[in-house]
Design a protein around this ligand. Sequence first.
Ligand code: HSE
Length: 436
Amino acid sequence: MKPIQVGLLGIGTVGSGTFEVLNRNQEEIQRRAGRGIEVTMVADLDLARAKSIVGANVQVVDDARKIIANPDIDIVVELIGGYGIAKQLVLEAIGAGKHVVTANKALLAVHGTEIFAAAHKKGVMVAFEAAVAGGIPIIKALREGLTANRIQWLAGIINGTTNFILSEMRDKGLAFDDVLKQAQALGYAEADPTFDIEGVDAAHKVTLMSAIAFGVPVQFDKAYLEGITKLEAQDIRYAEQLGYRIKLLGISKRTAAGIELRVHPCLVPAKRLIANVEGAMNAVMVHADAVGTTLYYGKGAGSEPTASAVIADLVDITRLHTADPLNRVPHLAFQPDAMSSLPILPMADVVTSYYLRMRVADQAGVLAKVTGILANADISIDAVLQREAGEGESHTDLIILTHDCVEAKMSQAITEMQQLSTVLAPIIRIRKEELN
Ligand code: HSE
């Protein structure tokens, strides 16, 4: 059978990895897919560099639309990124009847509803395994492997840059700014790291996972985002003394009232496997009714790990493209006419537990006042740690772990505690998840 013909839009890190792995494992991939998969066209603005990667047998162009216009191309792989030209090209490729593979989490998290609707109408597939957690097959696991289950929650370390920074802060006791500079020098963080450190990249990824897990539309605009820029090394130390590690988690939970969708730093019990995921590695935990808790771990970025996900999608499409569109795996796991209208909950309605650190005057009655406010709000305390005041110091740090309560109650209690004259600095609040 004639090989499936693929056009790559962009041949940077992921594109070159895709080309390399497809060539290297050609025979094995063909035995799995049932026919050959060949990159026959590449579009890139840097023609010379692109030609040096793909050689003379692949047509290299500087205009992506030439790939879309070529009737021989079956699948377009979008590796440009962002929502600008990438969005136009993906929609044009769909319009031209091409299947699309993309690693572009930002595009799908923000414009997914429009893109999936266009693909559904045209009867083509849009596959995006590489958009979430790089080489870890988490989309496939959520969409197909766990299809028997009612998924209850998922929580993931889905941004390698921030996990590297947090690991270094913990290992070396360094401040966030110092580790960020180091990470940039080592190439672990971008020159403009905003998307990573402010939690935007993780929110794109958890938005996609949430849609597939719960059968709701992608709704990035409703996700709660908090990055790691304000995290202090002392909180990582105190958390450790209490048996926890701090990780930037993307969390999505199903509750009776709606779906929680949030990214923020989070205390996780140090004994959980996910708490021990270090450096730039990624991991996702999924809790579902039949299977219980499962954990997926691996490289979340990089040339060949991400290429592994891109090629898995190419093989899937190769196997499925002759199938009747109505009998293919739905883009978002659930049939388009069976999506749930469960709302994404505002952060004020989220239920979680908390770590609070307050700088307090070292005087009689301070603890009683603070715990009194928590008791009045019906917030139950799990543990208290008080740093011994240093020689000549008139203040100390009070650390409180709470049991679960609704965020709005906690925010109100923090406002009241902050007004006590004996609370001497802004109260630090970090959310906590037991993940059990
Ligand atoms: N910037 C991402 C990370 C990699 O640090 O994990 C691609 O999503």
